[in-house]
Design a binder for this molecule. Structure first.
Ligand code: PPS
Length: 548
């Protein structure tokens, strides 16, 4: 992997595909801005993406996302030191892998405040002093080399990142920093050598990792990480954004009992039901928005989304995915976990000896304050379109199985008939793909509106909701322009006209295209493909019957 110094690739030429992608990002950002400025609180505000294209000041959107957030508590470096006696390579290789940092309850250190100019000053997990003391390398044996990380847990704050890091550290082929280096957000100017020095030493073949959850919401992070090594593997632990927000708030509350209630902070105007999306606790949970930023630099295949909910109910299952993603042997298995009823969470244990399982500290699994159910409902409504968008982008469902119910409110893939058009193009192959898709769906192509996620990421989102009367969609009354490739068009929507919805539309669909082109990431994400369902806002005799 290329290890160029910070900013080394900053001036590279932007390929045309990326320009398109920027348009998608812009669309997301504009929607977000409009939401913030105009007070849209629900899907309605998001369903008219085309109207948003003239919204002003896209750049202004970027700054609110430039969070300085970070988790608050970390394992004590002192403890880490105690638990990190030197081990020889043979011992290391044989080690079943146990977190080198002890995380027994209460063995956490409180971090210094970051001083971030946030409404709720964000808490810092790692102080500069800790880093300069080499807190991260207290667990480092004296052999091997310090290397830049090949994999990062980039978020999300309060998603379960600590649990994940500690679990993966149980793998003998993983070495990770105990503290959060915050290199790509706060310490970037210190340079890659500083960063490397924070890392533990590794032997050939071992993976170096760190976790800093604030990276996910740091605008500059994707570019910087890409510039360090474009093949860096990224892991995001996602959690129901409503619960995540409450968890975030609970953490702040534990440090600052005097802060206003969650309900007060969550609203700009409670009477109007106006959610305050500028509050970081809320904003961090708009995953789709942040993800857009990452997808400009990294393909989806390089990002693993771990479910924070499943990490609790099925840690071994999630760890299997993580190990596969990292190209590791599945060594961390159910044998490494024990569900502690008192803690209410899985704790780690060494399968090979009888030592007591170790749970994460008191700062993980805090009791949340009771929040007005109406506020929860409003927040769910607020997040719903963003969540759907996120599902579309990642192509993954995030069903909560246990405590976080809101994700299950969302019909993740209401598409009953889907087809996947794996390649984008404009030649015969593409025409055939379209035909095959239509045939599979039992529809005539001429009756399908082909909506391109690449053209406007909000369109499929709109389609997951009953389309509003003003939803424009492309080409439906006549034959679809077979072979038209939206990405070849310089304009939004590609070739062809965008027509207003009308009773003439018997059904509509989304055919997603996919290729290796980075600009098609949204389509990649929607690789479930082609969605056909009757427009609920239009009345006509059961279009489903046409679909066989
Ligand atoms: N095994 C285990 N033990 C304890 N806690 C667990 C575990 N797995 C996931 N979680 C959930 O992790 C939540 C904290 O997330 P993070 O570690 O990402 O927080 S932080 O951003 O680093 O502060 C934390 O959130 P709260 O419950 O709100 O405290 C936990 O729900």
């Amino acid at each position: 992997a290329a290890m160029s110094p910070p900013g080394g690739r900053g001036g590279s030429k932007v390929p045309p595909a990326r320009k398109l992608l920027c348009m998608c990002s812009l669309s997301l950002c504009l929607t977000y801005l409009c939401y913030s400025l105009m007070g849209g609180t629900g899907p309605g505000a998001l369903r008219s993406p085309l109207n948003l294209q003239s919204s002003p000041a896209p750049r202004a959107l970027r700054s609110p996302l430039n969070l300085q957030s970070s988790p608050a508590l970390l394992p004590s470096p002192t403890r880490a030191g105690n638990s990190s006696r030197r081990r020889g390579p043979a011992e290391l290789a044989a080690a079943p892998g146990w977190p080198r940092t002890s995380l027994a309850p209460g063995e956490m250190i409180t971090a210094a405040p970051s001083g971030a100019a946030e409404r709720d000053p964000q808490e810092s997990s790692t102080t500069d002093e800790e880093l300069s003391r080499g807190a991260g390398s207290t667990t480092t044996p004296d052999y091997g080399e310090q290397r830049l990380p090949q994999a990062l847990i980039i978020g999300v704050k309060k998603g379960g990142t600590r649990a994940l890091l500690e679990a993966i550290r149980a793998h003998p082929d993983v070495r990770a920093v105990g503290v959060e280096p915050h290199f790509f957000d706060r310490n970037y100017e210190k340079g890659l050598e500083w960063y490397r020095n924070v890392m533990p030493k590794t032997l050939e073949g071992q993976i170096t990792m760190e976790k800093t959850p604030s990276y996910f919401v740091t605008n500059e992070a994707p570019k910087r990480i890409h510039s360090m090594a474009k093949d860096t593997k990224l892991i995001v632990v996602v959690r129901n954004p409503v619960t995540r927000a409450i968890s975030d708030y609970t953490q702040t509350l534990s440090k600052k009992p005097e802060i206003p209630t969650f309900e007060v902070l969550a609203f700009k105007n409670r009477t109007l039901g106006l959610i305050d999306a500028s509050w970081s606790a809320i904003r961090i949970g708009i995953y789709a928005l942040h993800l857009e930023n990452w997808l400009q630099y990294f393909p989806l295949s390089q990002i693993l989304f771990v479910s924070g909910e499943r990490l609790i109910i099925d840690p071994a299952g999630e760890m299997a995915k993580v190990q596969d993603f990292l190209g590791l042997k599945r060594i961390v298995t159910e044998k490494h976990f024990y569900f502690n009823q008192t803690k209410g969470f899985p704790c780690l244990k060494k399968p090979e000896d009888g030592s007591a399982p170790r749970c994460l500290g008191k700062s993980k699994g805090r009791t949340h304050p009771k929040i007005d159910p109406d506020v929860i409902q409003r927040l769910r409504k607020f997040y719903k379109p963003f969540n759907v968008m996120f599902y579309q982008m990642t192509g993954q469902d995030f069903h909560p199985e246990r405590r976080d119910q809101a994700f299950s409110d969302i019909e993740v893939n209401p598409c009953k008939r889907c087809c996947h058009i794996p390649t984008q193009g404009s030649g015969i192959g593409w025409v055939e793909q379209q035909d095959a898709c239509a045939a599979k769906l039992g529809i005539r192509l001429g009756h399908v509106s082909v909506l391109w996620t690449i053209a406007n990421p909000w369109l499929p989102l709109g389609l997951l909701q009953p389309p509003p009367p003003n939803l424009l969609y492309r080409q439906s009354s006549g034959p679809v322009e077979k072979g038209s490739a939206p990405v070849s068009s310089p304009s939004f929507g590609g070739p062809g006209r965008w027509l207003p919805a009308s009773p003439g539309h018997r059904e509509y669909g989304v055919c997603n295209v996919q290729d290796g082109n980075r600009s098609l990431h949204l389509a990649n994400a929607g690789a479930r493909g082609c969605k056909i369902s009757p427009p609920p806002s239009l009345s006509h005799p059961s279009p489903q019957k046409h679909h066989g």
